[in-house]
Design a protein around this ligand. Structure first.
Ligand code: GAR
Length: 198
């Protein structure tokens, strides 16, 4: 079994989708800890309700010292001995030093069809560009932001009258399909990209 740590910053709907799938049969992964960069992250309570240990490592006292923040993360993770990390709405940028320790063992979900729209405000940017399709990607984490080998993508149509919020909601439904599908394969050693149609 691969011990999976999940990092989040917010409500954790992707984390819940991952936990629910790991609870189903035939999964090569099992959750070992959910980590947030704030004790207020709603996802922590949802993880606890599901019997998964949680830790909060607040980034604020580190005042921008990312290396010290990451050292605290590594120390907090150690008792749980994760084999891999899933970033699931973790809104802190990690340094190359931390990422290197987890090369090939850390994956992320991003709300765009990468390589389009790395970074923030992906839904607004897709609308501004007049794109007819949008979606989400799961990729291996490498030192460059929102880069790294694509493990899977799911597309959604952009509809007339969409706002960033309506588009985000349509993409999120697909995130909840895509991320568990990719993790199930990845934990079993399969890195072949999976492309989902909505
Ligand atoms: C998701 O849409 C995820 O793709 C995005 O944050 C949201 C988290 O929602 N991630 C990023 O933007 C990473 N740069 P959740 O907490 O409900 O899973």
């Amino acid at each position: 079994m691969k011990r999976v740590a999940i990092f989040l910053s917010g409500g954790g709907s992707n984390m819940v989708a991952l936990l629910d799938d790991m609870a189903r049969s035939g999964h090569a992964g099992m959750p070992c800890v959910v980590l947030a960069n704030s004790a207020d992250a709603g996802g922590l309570e949802r993880a606890r309700e599901r019997g998964v240990p949680t830790v909060a490592v607040d980034h604020r006292p580190f005042k921008g010292d990312r290396t010290a923040f990451e050292a605290a993360i590594s120390a907090a993770l150690e008792p749980y001995a994760p084999d891999m990390i899933c970033l699931a709405g973790f809104m802190r940028v990690l340094t190359g030093g931390f990422i290197e320790q987890w090369t090939g063992r850390m994956i992320n979900i991003h709300p765009s069809l990468l390589p389009k729209y790395k970074g923030l405000h992906t839904h607004a940017r897709a609308l501004e560009a007049g794109d007819s399709k949008h979606g989400c990607s799961v990729h291996e984490v490498t030192a460059a932001l929102d880069d790294g080998p694509i493990l899977g993508q799911a597309e959604v149509p952009v509809l007339a009258g969409d706002t960033p919020e309506t588009l985000a909601a349509r993409v999120l439904v697909q995130e909840h399909r895509l991320y568990p599908t990719v993790l199930r394969r990845f934990a079993a050693g399969d890195r072949t990209p999976v492309m989902l149609q909505s």
